[in-house]
Write a protein that binds this ligand. Structure first.
Ligand code: MIG
Length: 805
């Protein structure tokens, strides 16, 4: 029997085929091969975009990419074997035989190539690119994914999924960020596959030949990014997909959540307890029970008779309120959101024009089509009532879309700015577009005040609108470390502002686990405790007095570190370099950092190394990368590229500070609404050089975008023995009238002969984490860890300040 060629297409691989013809375009070339069309565009000197389609017309709409291709210099040349497209830093060769794409850097070193014999592959609706696996190649990134830092040997699927109590190896989860960084032979590159259909990545799972990516619809549309370091790749990726704007300062404080605090006096009690116990906190989060029958934009008037008053009272105590926002709109006559949605035609539909109904908390619901501009506007405007009550924080949940049954029909229609698309195209961006709508809506009504916005589901670019948390994790040590890894991975993938439920959402943590988790969480960009309905109390004071003390210590430390942390957030907002940095960013080719025992270690900002440890370990081995490192709790100095054994009691999470760094800190405050003492503490860890961009602004408005900020570099030069604070840029007056410099560690200073030049030092002992109370009279003696330092205090000034020693 003869089989028609056409039907063969669907049952086996078909390559792109040999190149037939090509022509120059404004920023690159476009061509035709036997089985498809392609376009290569020089997007920036560091980025070449590849589009491959079986049709003559390419997909155009992107919700992720916010910039168009720059006009930049490039050359096109050709010989019998290949066409070359060359920009300043990157060269693409398209081999004519079978249309294979290879990328080289400006030194002619091969970064990445389509795998000979496989290359581009079409199969039915799926399209894939197979890349040769390079010797020693590693893969990092891909956003919210379980697994190891180095993703080699693993495959992943992107299909936004509500996964309650996911296992530590589960995939997919809630977010789709189809961006990864490849590393081999001291070379790095990035690939961002901008396609919202289901996609699959294979980093050498079940094969020893290739890495690959596949889309289940739409074009192959990827950005190939060159850079000389992982950091440069992240900068380019966030140039394409955007960066976060500064969140409100209070968003960096501790947030207390639970499913759910109600009625209102329960909320008051939680807030009050923080104040009574002098544990700093900035927000209480209201989960679904604040609503009337889970109807968004409504309040349960029995449980919350006067939300405006409650929110104001809380504000007076230094608390902001964050409210849950679920997308499902209850189908109920005279419920305004439902009536308006129907009247204005704002919901997702079946192809026959009837509204799709799915079941979720409120019962049967319709779902706003956030890919439709009218819907986004409407939703944003609906937030006005919250804003008027004083709500400053929004929590976008269930936006995968989650429904009972978890099977959103495939044929639902999405507007896509009028272009149209089905669930297949729309599912992975629903969360992103809901966040856009919530963020922009809240911003509109908040009158120049920054909202806090949080989401569970996401697609690339979500950093422009919301922080991401890792959903329904579980109260285990394994999950605690997994959360750290996921947040680090989100950081590698453009999402600088992320966190996990401290204590675990599902299940109940042991006393030790909660203590450890909150101390690690103090070094997470987004810092929130949360737990499941019908589980034990999980506030910092709910696990006994010892854990209460430990929690207070670490939350205090977090608040003391705010000047440092806020500056680091600012850096993320202008460059995309994340707040928490997997060691793969600065130490990319140090094999040891990928070791399973050390892969969870990360830098909190540029200078503080955090080594997360399971709750049951009293001691651990830490790998210190290149450089010199101080144990944060003592004055001990270690040489890098070495392993050290350190004590890891629950009171002392292993923390190290890079020699040469300067860490700006402040006094403890109970919330960010309280002004710290007007004294900025600069802790100078001698023994290396550093430059740190110090940043302040009003912490709440967008005027920083017009220069109302305070920026200066803090430059430490070890050889010359100088510390320079450069002249202030910007028009915001600092909170700190004085600066106090504490030089760590006196011993090192004396050895280096610094002491001779400056005699105004006062010797002091510093304690970062006070000893917890000795509750058990028979227990071990509790020792406080002290650091001896030399301090001087000087008047702050906007002019350049030089301190010599
Ligand atoms: O069906 O709002 O991940 O943080 O507490 C569960 C209730 C819905 C899922 C979120 C969780 C939240 C919970 N939500």
């Amino acid at each position: 029997m003869e089989i028609k060629e056409d039907s063969l297409k669907h049952i086996r691989h078909q390559g792109l085929g040999d190149l037939i013809t090509y022509e120059n375009t404004a920023n690159g070339i476009s061509g035709r091969s036997t089985n498809g069309y392609f376009q290569a565009t020089v997007y920036t000197p560091n980025i070449i975009r590849i589009q491959i389609s079986q049709n003559e017309f390419f997909d155009t709409l992107s919700y992720a990419v916010i910039c168009t291709s720059q006009e930049t210099e490039f050359e096109v040349s050709e010989n019998t074997e290949y066409i070359s497209l060359k920009s300043k830093f990157l060269q693409l060769e398209i081999i004519k035989k079978s249309s294979r794409f290879s990328f080289f850097n400006d030194k002619g070193q091969m970064l990445n190539e389509d795998c000979p014999g496989l290359g581009v592959s079409f199969m039915g609706d799926s399209k894939s690119v197979y890349k040769t696996m390079q010797k020693g190649e590693r893969f990092i990134g891909l956003g919210e994914k379980t697994g190891n830092l180095d993703r080699k040997g693993t495959g992943y699927t992107n299909w936004n999924t509500d996964h309650f109590a996911y296992s530590a190896g589960a995939d997919p989860l809630y977010c789709t960020i189809p961006f990864y960084i490849g590393l081999h032979n001291q070379l790095v590159y990035g690939i961002f596959l901008d396609n919202t259909y289901q996609s699959d990545f294979n980093f050498g799972a079940s094969n020893d030949r290739f890495s690959s990516f596949t889309v289940r619809g739409g074009d192959l549309n990827y950005y190939f990014i060159h850079g000389s370091s992982v950091a440069e790749i992240i900068i380019s990726y966030t140039h394409l997909t955007g960066r976060m704007q500064m969140p409100p300062l209070w968003g960096l404080g501790y947030q207390q959540c639970r499913y759910s605090y109600y009625p209102d006096h329960e909320v008051y009690k939680v807030a009050q307890t923080f104040r009574e116990k002098r544990i700093p906190a900035d927000a209480v989060v209201l989960d679904i029970h604040y609503m009337d029958n889970y109807k968004i934009f409504s309040w349960d008037s029995d449980q919350f008779p006067d939300p405006g008053k409650m929110i104001k009272d809380l504000k007076d105590q230094g608390f902001n309120v964050v409210v849950m926002c679920d997308p499902g709109i209850k189908i109920e006559k005279s419920y305004p959101a439902y009536e308006e949605g129907v009247a204005q035609d704002l919901f997702l539909k079946y192809p026959d024009g009837t509204y799709y109904s799915g079941q979720v908390w409120p019962g049967w619901c319709h779902f706003p089509d956030f890919t439709k501009p009218d819907t986004r506007n409407w939703w944003g405007n609906k937030l006005k009532d919250y804003v008027q009550l004083g709500v400053k924080g929004y929590w976008n949940d269930m936006n995968e879309i989650a429904t009972w049954g978890q099977k959103l029909p495939e044929l639902i229609e999405f507007d896509f700015e009028g272009e149209g698309g089905s669930t297949k195209r729309g599912r992975n961006v629903y969360g992103l577009m809901m966040c856009k709508s919530t963020f922009e809506g809240a911003k509109r009504h908040l009158d120049d005040e920054r909202p806090f916005n949080l989401t569970r589901a996401a697609y690339s670019g979500v950093q422009r609108y919301a922080a991401v948390w890792t959903g329904d994790n579980v109260s285990t040590d394994e999950h605690m470390l997994l959360g750290v890894r996921i947040v680090n991975s989100l950081g590698l993938s453009g999402v600088a502002y992320a966190g996990y439920d401290i204590g675990g959402f599902a299940g109940e943590p042991s006393i030790a686990l909660f203590a450890r988790w909150i101390s690690i969480g103090a070094f997470s960009p987004f810092f929130r405790g949360h737990s499941m309905v019908n589980s034990r109390d999980s506030e910092p004071w709910s696990f006994g007095e010892e854990v209460e003390d430990i929690s207070r210590n670490y939350i205090n430390l977090r608040y003391q570190l705010l000047p440092y942390l806020y500056s680091v957030f600012y850096e993320a907002s202008i460059s995309g370099i994340p707040v928490v940095r997997s060691l793969a960013i600065d130490y990319s080719f140090d094999d040891e950092i990928y070791h399973l025992s050390y892969q969870n270690q990360y830098l909190f900002g540029p200078n503080i190394l955090v080594a997360p440890v399971e709750s049951y370990k009293e001691m651990t081995r830490v790998y210190l990368p290149e450089g010199h490192w101080y144990n944060f709790h003592s004055e001990e100095l270690h040489s890098g590229q070495s392993h050290v054994y350190v004590d890891a009691p629950l009171t002392h999470l292993p923390l190290f500070v890079k020699a040469g760094s300067v860490i700006p800190m402040q006094s403890v405050v109970q919330s960010t609404q309280e002004a710290p003492e007007p004294l900025l503490h600069l802790h100078v860890y001698g023994g290396g050089d550093s430059e740190f961009l110090y940043y302040e602004d009003d912490g709440s408005s967008y005027q920083y975008q017009d220069g109302l900020s305070y920026r200066r570099s803090i430059i430490f030069n070890h050889q010359e023995g100088t510390l320079i604070l450069t002249e202030v840029e910007g028009s915001w007056p600092s909170k700190f009238a004085k600066s106090r410099f504490a030089f760590m560690v006196l011993l090192v200073l004396i050895l280096s002969g610094y002491r001779g030049k400056n005699t105004s030092y006062i010797e002091e002992e510093l304690v970062f984490l006070p000893a917890i109370s000795n509750f058990d009279p028979l227990g071990k003696e509790v020792v406080e860890k002290k650091v001896t330092v030399a301090t001087i205090t000087i008047e702050n000034s906007d002019q350049e300040i030089t301190v010599e020693f």
